[in-house]
Ligand binder design. Structure first.
Ligand code: XMP
Length: 525
């Protein structure tokens, strides 16, 4: 991929908080809580050089939690000159607190066993800006990892739980620490604690909103693309690519061509309806390319899930490439990459393994030598939705469940044929329709039907049938990394099942998937 010569977001005119990541599962949550208060923040690896931090001129720095113990041999640490050079307030959370204690001459000790749980925190008398306006007793979510047992010189205890030091600070140095997690919902007043840090201690005013982001981003795109280049965007019908395309459209209008490929593996009427929405509501310059036949051709007889994914991804590149060539003078490709995909992950837990090959448009730039425009790479999904609303994108696109690039191709187990795709579209349509009818659609993170490669015996009227089975999958999740099967009401499932078996010819059995991720994945292939 070719990186773009764009300004770093943190050097734009916004107040900034820098979060140094020590590998906590909650680091992204800290970032979201900060941004919810209208303060822009960025996550960086714990070892970011101090000069890099100061160059960005942050209003404050937060050290996240993390799974290590400060006394581990290879414990992650801030850069050696961090304490001496950082002259803005610092908040240490959990591991961050233990690290600060150890680094500044105090002591923290590992708990016998690491546990998480509720605790009652007592704020000590004497004023502390971090707990300003809060009750003297707070419910908090604690991580029982290292505990500070000896304060560093110049620090005082500001809160305890039982005999444990739960918060400490050195106000003149601007260093504040909490052992608990203010970012999780189990700490009900955690938001106020962060608010105090951002507004009372760091002096932020809250100048970051989706609207201000849109304005900055549109200018940035205009500057990057220049006066004459053309841009292509691969639309998928989902939230991210749509918001990215609309932003680029605001910046350069008709010089962007959006390509929306029908691979024959989309949901019922998705191609037609989304295309109409793009054209009627958003005035985007969209080319709808119906390449279903080409996709079915490369999928004929392919059964292995990974081979299917590769066949679909490869064909997508061919179709996209051919369309881009027809446009000519194309230098840039727009992608809807989000912040969680680009945060440089801290490798405290070793390299992760590839469970499934994910085929987004990700493979395109290398092959096509295009430069990337990724206008959403600083945003979380909920921020993208908020911005989509500001940009007038229809609600049905913003609220749509995630849909995998290979589409129904990975939901038809066994080989893919047009007949099976049509049958699955019908079953899936009924499931989704009923979720809407029962006002359950927004309660689940993702829901869909899967066509199984088996037939079973049934009876219809006086006749024996030997037909297909459809599995229903519905999950709750926050990010798709882990998921639980949704506890949908039995009556609702009964309605869906009876509609599918009576309306979709060739299906005589419906089952509900009660597996969580892990050990299963959300998709079946
Ligand atoms: P799994 O099945 O890995 O899926 O638990 C997690 C989330 O990712 C989606 N998914 C994909 N999205 N291209 C995508 O854009 C893909 O190849 C792909 N495979 C899975 C899946 O629908 C779920 O939301």
């Amino acid at each position: 991929m070719v990186p773009l010569p764009v300004k770093e977001p943190s050097l734009l005119n916004h107040e900034l908080i820098i979060i140094l990541d020590f590998g906590s599962q909650y680091t992204q949550l800290i970032a979201r809580r900060v941004r919810e208060q209208g303060v822009y923040c960025e996550i960086h690896p714990f070892h970011l050089a101090t000069d890099e931090i100061t160059r960005r001129r942050p209003k404050g720095v937060i050290l996240s939690g993390g799974p290590s113990s400060v006394y581990d041999e290879d414990a992650p640490r801030v850069a050696p000159d961090f304490y001496e050079k950082i002259d803005v307030p610092v908040l240490g959370i959990c591991y961050g607190m233990g690290l600060i204690a150890a680094d500044l001459g105090g002591r923290s000790e590992p708990a016998a066993r690491r546990e998480y749980g509720h605790a009652k925190l007592k704020v000590l008398s004497g004023s502390t800006r971090l707990f300003d306006g809060l009750p003297f007793e707070l419910d908090v979510w604690m991580s029982h990892g290292d505990h500070v047992t000896e304060l560093p010189p110049g620090f005082r205890t500001t809160a305890t739980t039982g005999s444990v030091i739960t918060a400490m600070e050195n106000e003149s140095r601007g260093v504040y620490c909490v052992q608990f997690h203010p970012e999780v919902s189990h700490t009900p007043l955690g938001k106020e604690v962060l608010r105090n840090f951002l507004f009372h201690i760091c002096g932020c005013s809250g100048d970051w909103t989706p609207a201000s982001f849109i304005k900055d981003e549109v200018e940035k795109i205009r500057e990057t693309v220049g006066p004459s280049a053309n841009v292509v965007c691969g639309l998928s019908g989902g939230v991210d690519s749509t918001v990215a395309a609309v932003l680029v459209h605001e910046a350069i209008g008709g010089r962007q061509t959006c390509i929306f490929v029908n691979n024959g593996l989309l949901r019922h009427r998705e191609f037609e309806d989304t295309l109409a929405a793009y054209e009627n509501n958003l005035q985007l310059n969209v080319r709808g390319v119906d390449a279903s036949e080409q996709f079915y051709a490369v999928l004929a007889g392919v059964v292995d899930p990974e081979l299917k994914r590769k066949a679909i991804g490869g064909k997508f590149i061919d179709v996209f490439d051919a369309e881009a060539k027809k446009i000519g003078n194309v230098n840039y490709l727009v992608q809807g990459t989000l912040y969680p995909d680009v945060i440089e992950s801290v490798s405290l837990r070793g390299a992760s393994v590839t469970i499934k090959t994910h085929h987004n448009v990700g493979g395109l730039p290398e092959k096509m030598d295009l430069k990337l425009i990724e206008p959403l790479r600083e945003l979380f999904k909920d921020e993208v939705r908020a911005m989509g609303r500001d940009l007038g994108i229809p609600e049905f696109i913003l609220e749509r469940h995630p849909f995998p690039g290979p589409g129904l191709g990975v939901r038809i187990l066994g080989d893919v044929t047009p007949e099976k795709a049509e049958l699955l579209q019908q079953a899936d349509r009924i499931f989704i329709e009923e979720l809407h009818n029962h006002h359950l659609y927004k309660d689940v993170w993702q829901a869909f039907a899967v066509l199984l490669p088996i037939q079973s015996v049934g009876v219809m009227g006086d006749f024996r049938t030997y037909e297909r089975t459809v599995a229903l999958r519905a999950v709750t999740s926050t990010d798709g990394m882990t998921a639980d099967w949704a506890r949908l009401p039995h009556e609702f499932l009964a309605t869906v099942s009876s509609r599918i078996t009576s309306e979709v010819r060739g299906v005589n059995r419906v089952v509900y998937d009660i597996s969580s991720k892990p050990p299963s994945t959300i998709e079946w292939e």
